[in-house]
Design a protein around this ligand. Structure first.
Ligand SMILES: Cc1cc2nc3c(=O)[nH]c(=O)nc-3n(C[C@H](O)[C@H](O)[C@H](O)COP(=O)(O)O)c2cc1C
Length: 384
């Protein structure tokens, strides 16, 4: 797995390329998870716990991978997940991600803590970008961000609820990802010095390197450490479902609650007026020891599948993973690391190519399972 002679094909091929392209601390920031990374590994491994059912002689001459997500026509049941700091992995990375997603006919989600401000990302594409938000202590700032995103043209809010506090990510500590004193600065400078292509593409041509959505509220906008310190004080651990009811009054479009891992929480999200939930353990970056996302999907679908659209993310690495999640009841899946690996390695072009691999892989799996429409991918096509 993960080797090629001519063209990178899979997400893991791009991962290998990204590792060569990025300074170590940035690669580890994407690649790592919380604690000993057991929940992160489970996300991928648990897709192997069940199989797809092969069916033959079904007339699969006309395969269509398209579907609708919250009323939006998409080319396949896939969306790009919000990833903070994507603009440190490739030049204006959020813009490249949004453009590639539009070219592939799928939604792009831009993060609260993206490098590019939401206005820059939305201006780069015609289709509405999905806007991800965390609850911040400064509710005036939350309201202002919602107004900015709506004024820019965003219609779908992805509200992330699994970050009451930030998970323990040991790789970032070891690398001095943010801070780390003099030793950290020297180590990072050395890692950067060994990646000249990144220096030119991102370090020089990719400026400014600040959190574009939060520029106005942090004094030294170029100092990422100052930003991190500010944001750490801003994530709000007191947030509850009542705050979602407040958000509901401010956001006119769809609201998706991201980070739901149980039937009870999914029901609570539906009760406060969410239009969708995303079953997610944040790519194994938050609660170490929590179950994999795919293993919790059936429980959430059973609880709220009739009331809201259920999506999932975590460990999706191929079109067959997409098909497995859809068969288990997901309306769509999101990918986080894979899109950033492809964008870091080969830019927008690489990401477009990877997304086409996902689409073809999905179409081929459907054909070999004897179905021609996404709506026909049902639970009886899964074998435990
Ligand atoms: C480097 C990195 C940064 C992330 N930043 C955010 C973020 O800003 N907001 C958010 O809601 N989720 C964030 N996530 C979680 C992703 O949206 C998504 O849930 C996760 O990556 C899915 O798992 P996968 O990487 O295995 O596909 C981040 C994930 C990674 C890997």
């Amino acid at each position: 797995m993960g080797t090629y002679n001519v063209t990178p094909a899979t997400a893991l091929d791009y991962r290998r390329l990204a590792e060569k392209r990025l300074p170590r601390f940035l690669f580890d920031y994407i690649d790592g998870g919380a604690g000993e990374e057991i929940s992160m590994a489970a996300n991928e491994k648990d897709f192997l716990r069940f199989s797809l059912k092969q069916r033959v002689m079904c007339d699969v001459g006309d395969i269509d991978t398209s579907t609708k997500l919250h009323g939006q026509a998409v080319s396949m049941p896939l969306a790009l997940a919000p990833v903070g700091l994507a603009g440190m992995m490739g030049r204006r990375g959020e813009v490249q991600g949004a453009r590639a997603a539009e070219a592939a006919g799928i939604p792009f989600t831009t993060s609260t803590v993206g490098i590019c401000p939401v206005e820059e990302v939305q201006a780069a594409v015609r289709q509405p970008v999905w806007f991800q938000l965390y609850m911040l202590r400064d509710r005036g700032l939350v309201k202002a961000l919602l107004e900015r995103a709506q004024a820019a043209g965003c219609e779908t809010l992805v509200f992330t609820v699994d970050l009451a506090v930030v998970g323990m990510r040991h790789r970032d500590t070891r690398n001095g990802m943010m801070g780390g004193g003099l030793a950290g600065s020297l180590a990072k400078a050395w890692q950067i010095a060994t990646r000249p292509r990144w220096i030119i593409d991102v370090g020089i041509k990719g400026k400014p390197h600040d959190f574009g959505n939060l520029r106005e509220v942090v004094e030294d906008s170029r100092d990422l450490d100052a930003f991190k310190a500010y944001i750490d004080t801003q994530f709000d651990p007191t947030v509850t479902w009542k705050d979602i009811a407040w958000l509901r009054t401010l956001w006119k479009g769809q609201i998706l609650i991201k980070g739901v891992m149980s039937a009870d929480d999914a029901s609570a999200a539906a009760d406060v007026g969410a239009d969708g939930v995303i079953v997610s353990n944040h790519g194994g970056r938050q609660l170490e020891g929590v179950a994999s996302s795919i293993s919790k999907l059936p429980e959430v679908v059973a609880a709220v599948g009739e009331r809201v659209e259920v999506h999932m993310d975590g460990g999706v690495r191929s079109g067959t993973d997409v098909v497995k999640a859809v068969a288990m009841g997901a309306r769509s899946v999101m990918i986080g690391r894979p899109w950033v690996w492809a964008m870091a390695a080969r830019g927008e072009r690489g990401l477009v190519d990877l997304l086409e691999v996902f689409r073809q892989d999905t179409a081929i799996a459907m054909a070999l399972m004897g179905v021609t429409r996404v709506s026909e991918i049902s639970r009886d096509l899964i074998e435990m």
